[in-house]
Design a protein. Structure first.
Length: 71
């Protein structure tokens, strides 16, 4: 028979097993072609094609482990 306490404990364990949330940030980087070379800006267009926005995943910092004090 499952009690409320058992359900809460299971939810806590499931939360610990889940991967840490990753925050997505956007960074501007130089645009590249298929060969890896830089793409230049076309001055006849209003948009700057030389720079593109790239999403970057930022991992959450892990907790530091403490050493037990030796006596």
């Amino acid at each position: 028979m499952g009690s409320v306490r058992d359900k809460i404990i299971e939810q806590i364990r499931a939360a610990k097993r889940a991967p840490a949330e990753e925050i997505v940030d956007v960074v501007k980087v130089r645009a590249r072609d298929e060969k890896g070379g830089f793409i230049g800006d076309d001055p006849s267009t209003p948009e700057n094609e030389a720079w593109v926005e790239k999403p970057v995943k930022v991992k959450k910092a892990s907790a530091k482990k403490r050493n037990k004090a030796s006596k």
